[in-house]
Design a protein around this ligand. Sequence first.
Ligand code: ADP
Ligand code: TRP
Length: 343
Amino acid sequence: MLRGVRGARLLLAAVGLCYRPGMRILSGIQPSGTLHLGNYFGMMLPALELQEQGEAFYFIADYHSMTSLFDPAERRRNSLDVALDFLACGLDPERTVFFRQSAVPEVTELTWILSTVTPMGLLERCHSYKDKTTRGIPVNHGLFAYPVLMAADILIYDSEVVPVGQDQKQHVEVTRDIAIKFNELYGPTFVVPEPRIREATARVPGVDGDKMSKSYDNTIPIFGDEKALRKRIMGIRMDSRTPDEPKPDAGENLAVQLLKLVAPGPVAADYEDRLRAGGLGYGDLKKKLFECYWEHFAGARQRRAELAADPAELTRILQAGAARARAVARPVLERVRRACGLD
Ligand code: ADP
Ligand code: TRP
């Protein structure tokens, strides 16, 4: 079976598509809440850096948000918010194809086709689904079938590389299994993609030390009201040791870990050393963290305000992105229909 980016190229050649310069990169984010440091460092920043290395397709996963969000106004608002977030953080809409998932409805047809080659057991093993059922959250069929829609998202654009945080790795592996199974059944049709995970920031901790996540109410949002964000950071959980006590475990301190993400290297190292030696209070450490965090996103905050003032431009960007995405998705779907006898 063809694996990896080289394998992807060979497969593209086998199905008669011309060679593309640069790899195709794809990722999505659900419009289900406020962008936080975990999303930013785990997925968005690596994805933005990859824009330079190939042809990137990034989208707002509004179909996926339907599995857990049932308020249309909120979905509309969140979708625009996440679009602004992405653009403010550096997505270049000239270079990168940026769109709403539901603007390419072909992906739902592919979801059905893929679901017929997806073993039940593959979906039953998915952590995100299992977590929800064990926590007693009522699950719908959409949530169970969520990874199949995600596979369709990835496969319909012949994606080679998928930048995500650690918690999405299993879903990309499911995509690979589905693509391989389809290729075996119906002949070489799909590129088999690879997840791209930045180990250092694969699991950014939240204010309580658990994985930062909207579902755990422990996030530090990137954008929002200064006072509320300061309070959030000052509320990061610490232990009860006095400031004077040396702290040999300073490297594991939550505020130090977050400081390493947002502060220049020497500043973070200096604070870590001072905490280790004793004499630095947790309050001062958290104040420094807030200061560096606020400064780190100052440019993005400014850009976001400018973009928010021009909603017509945002609509234009998303519509142009959707047209580009659809132009790629349609021939891939045709290829799939031919392969399985639906032509
Ligand atoms: P949440 O867990 O807050 O609901 P999402 O599931 O919407 O976040 O994740 C969007 C992207 O951000 C995914 O690629 C995911 O892997 C990544 N991500 C989310 N939380 C973190 C985290 N704490 N550390 C690293 N990456 C994360
Ligand atoms: N499931 C992803 C998340 O919750 C979002 C997503 C949907 C995605 N489709 C995708 C990510 C395709 C990468 C590729 O974060």
